[in-house]
Design a protein around this ligand. Structure first.
Ligand code: P6P
Length: 333
């Protein structure tokens, strides 16, 4: 029987590959893993936990109904990242602006900031469909010991130190990269440990799956519509690709990362910058996708090269197998 490699051991083993690694990033990744186990525990019984499903009765900066589980996951992340002392501040989909941990003595010498979507796919939560947590880690750019500023967060994706997601699906998995490939860990809930189950994930160069909300087809720009027509009949096999779309980016992304394919959320007449957020959805997923051998673009440039101007800015996104993304870029030209 193969020896189980648990996440903690893997992180420590691999921190040697991170320049000037001092263990801080390893501890930060472990704090994220602990927070996701807490979220997983309550998510799995959300239907039974008193008053945790449904709307939280607030609307976030995106103008979206905040679900109680969104708020719950957000609070768990902030609590564990603050108590872990390895990050000096966070930005979250559920917070209007960044949150500095300068008031926490244990965070005084922290070198990192974390941006996250605590529970992506919230529209699926109440119907028990796959949801996920997405996180992005940068080294702070302002002096250690001072309160973090917006500059620490508004960094291009090509400056990411680490990124990953936790997918709460038929099993719970944590998938992350520190720039040396992508590895997936499945939660053994009896052990309470994330165990290496998907080492060195690589996305097939070409995929036969496309993921898009076709409800917006008539609002999409011409090149996107032509690519979608290509997927449906004019492709190299002359038979339709499979349309797979569950309306939860983590779920759609994870399937395509493993099987190959392309996830598209384009701009449209109604959403002229698309819907997905650059800083804590598209950038972390783009880092992972490139590390797994795929591509991620906004239609004009590499997602990771976009210079952000605001925490919650949105971007069109075409992400997945190299061959599929290159094809859609041809149509967009
Ligand atoms: P639509 C979930 O709300 C989310 O932010 C992503 O997880 C998902 O890919 C997208 O929105 C779905 O959006 O417009 O197709 O419902």
């Amino acid at each position: 029987m193969k020896r189980l490699v648990i996440l903690d051991e893997f992180i420590i083993e691999n921190q040697k590959e991170i320049p000037e690694a001092s263990g801080d990033l390893s501890r930060l990744l472990r704090d994220i893993a602990v927070a996701s186990k807490m979220i997983n525990r309550d998510l799995r019984k959300a239907g039974l936990v008193e008053d945790i499903l449904g709307e939280a009765g607030v609307v976030n900066i995106q103008g979206e109904e905040v679900k109680k589980l969104d708020q719950f996951a957000n609070d768990i992340f902030i609590k564990y990242l603050k108590s872990g002392g390895e990050c000096c501040g966070i930005a979250s989909e559920e917070e209007d602006t960044f949150v500095s941990f300068h008031d926490a003595p244990q965070c005084k010498t922290a070198k990192y900031v974390v941006l996250f979507d605590p529970l992506d796919g919230s529209s699926n939560i109440d119907c028990n469909a796959t949801v996920g947590t997405i996180f992005a880690i940068y080294k702070r750019v302002t002096p250690i010991g001072t309160s973090c500023t917006k500059d620490d967060f508004l960094q291009a994706g090509n400056k990411l130190v680490a990124a990953g997601y936790v997918i709460y699906g038929s099993s719970t998995m944590l998938v992350y990269t520190t720039g040396n490939g992508v590895n997936g860990f499945t939660l053994d809930s009896e052990l309470g440990e994330f165990c290496l189950s998907h080492p060195n994930i690589k996305t097939p160069k070409n995929g036969k799956i496309y993921s898009v909300n076709l409800g917006g087809y008539h609002d999409f720009e011409e090149g996107v519509k032509q690519y979608l027509d290509f997927c449906q009949v004019e492709n190299e096999n002359k038979k339709p690709y499979s349309l797979r779309y569950i309306g939860s980016m983590v779920g759609d992304f994870h399937r395509n990362l493993l099987k190959g394919g392309i996830f598209i959320y384009p701009k449209s007449v109604k959403k002229n910058r698309g819907k997905l957020r650059l800083m804590y959805e598209c950038n972390p997923m783009a880092f992972l996708q490139e590390q797994a051998g795929g591509l991620a673009t906004d239609g004009e440039q590499r997602i990771l090269d976009i210079q952000p101007t605001s925490l919650h800015q949105r971007t069109p996104v075409f992400i997945g197998s190299k061959g599929n993304v290159e094809k859609v870029i041809e149509y967009l030209k």
